[in-house]
Design a protein around this ligand. Structure first.
Ligand code: ADP
Length: 388
């Protein structure tokens, strides 16, 4: 087991048609020994490229990568102490599951046949595939193939597991089951893991920390709770959460956030806190998550009148699609809250759940304040976030 350190790493592909493609742009990240870190981001954001550079499957254009204390930039993939699990499993079709799991280990280690067999047996038991070892991939289900591929990574006893969208090819139910299983294995083995996915829900449920990537740059690194509740910018706020965060264009006028279709009065403390960073009249974006809005019968201060267009039942909850003037708003309420479609409703949300972003930079005002106070405390700007 080991830590992974990624220091100002950049990857530029030279493409014959498209020229230079900046796939990863100055990424710095420290992953602790035994940590489970997920890299999320939209398609093309550089997730796989970053992972493949750790694996040694892509050259690094610039920067330094370390596993433990060892710089691995020029170390061959098989000598890095990493094992990778791919989306398409990458199993040899003509080999049994047992052979698939043992083959690489035999090639790259000097373990005896008995030791290799023992490791395969142990990993198979861990993955619950002891009975499938003599079958070839063609006669295994997707879930079983995925278990063989993971088992193959386990037998190598790597310092770092690298997962590249390993669950994407499974159906929804199995995917949820396999999440828990992979987490259990990782906890049992305590192996440092880097997990790439485009599925924010997967990232939220599995990780110690999440790295949100966009256009090759880190947007935010944090625990699932931090990423969800304290998004540093509009990109992260929008990417994480389903349905996504509601956003409204507003301006600060005294203590009041003035939007197109509503006004929201902030407390003196809140205004005091943000006023240096959100000046009067500056275009701001107010963000509020659908589950942080409640329906109320009491049209007192800070309530907003809206029209309920559609009520959509989704199991235990109802999604409400509202309009307020030209603004649209999504609300998530418990399943027993069932206002009539086509009627007017009153909504309310608390200041503590409100997010305020600067329209120009997309940055969360509170994150800017936090960054400034950290910078002044440490004498340097040490927060790994996107540039203004
Ligand atoms: P993600 O995994 O987030 O979908 P990738 O790391 O696959 O993103 O890709 C990041 C960017 O690099 C994209 O613009 C993609 O088109 C480009 N890219 C990836 N692999 C190659 C390659 N082998 N040659 C040229 N461009 C590539």
């Amino acid at each position: 087991m080991a830590s992974v350190s990624i220091e100002d790493v950049t990857k530029i592909y030279e493409d014959s048609d498209e020229g230079r493609i900046l796939a990863v742009d100055g990424v710095s990240l420290n992953i602790e020994d035994g940590e489970f870190v997920t890299i999320v981001g939209p398609s093309g954001s550089g997730k796989s490229t970053l992972l493949r550079m750790v694996a040694g499957l892509e050259d690094i254009t610039d920067g330094t990568m370390r596993i433990g204390d060892r710089v691995i930039n020029d170390v061959q993939p098989q000598d890095r102490g990493v094992a990778m699990v791919f989306q398409n499993y990458a199993l040899y079709p003509h080999m049994t599951a047992r052979k698939n799991m043992s083959y690489g280990l035999k090639l790259t280690s000097d373990l005896s046949d008995d030791e290799v067999a023992e490791r395969v047996q142990e990993a198979a038991e861990m993955m619950g595939i002891e009975d499938q070892l003599d079958k070839k991939p063609g006669s295994l289900s997707g879930g079983q193939q995925q278990r063989v591929a993971t088992g193959r990574a386990i037998v190598r006893d790597p310092e770092v597991f690298l997962f590249d969208e390993p669950l994407s090819n499974l159906d929804a139910k199995l995917r949820v089951h396999m999440r828990t299983e992979l987490q259990r294995i990782q906890e049992e083995l305590g192996t440092t893991s880097i997990y790439v996915t485009h599925d924010q829900e997967e990232a939220m449920t599995m990780s110690d920390r999440i790295v949100v990537l966009d256009a090759g740059q880190i947007q935010q690194v944090g625990t699932p709770d931090e990423i969800y509740n304290e998004p540093v910018n509009l990109f992260v706020a929008d990417f994480v959460g389903s349905p996504s965060m509601n956003t409204f264009d507003v301006k600060l006028d005294g203590n009041t956030l003035v939007g197109d279709a509503f006004e929201y009065t902030l407390s003196n403390e809140y205004v005091e806190r943000v006023k240096e960073y959100a000046s009067e009249g500056e275009p701001l974006v107010l963000g509020i998550r659908p589950e942080n809005i409640v329906l109320t019968d009491d049209p007192s201060e800070n309530t907003i009148q809206a029209h309920l267009d559609v009520r959509e039942p989704v199991g235990s909850d109802n999604y409400l699609y509202l309009t307020m003037g030209d603004d649209e708003c999504r609300v998530r309420v418990p399943g027993d809250v069932k206002p009539e479609e086509g009627t007017d409703v009153t909504i309310r949300f608390d200041e503590s759940n409100l997010h305020l972003f600067r329209e120009k930079t997309g940055r969360n005002v509170l994150a800017d304040i936090e960054q400034a106070s950290q910078a002044s405390a440490s004498g340097a700007n040490s927060v790994a976030t996107a540039e203004d």
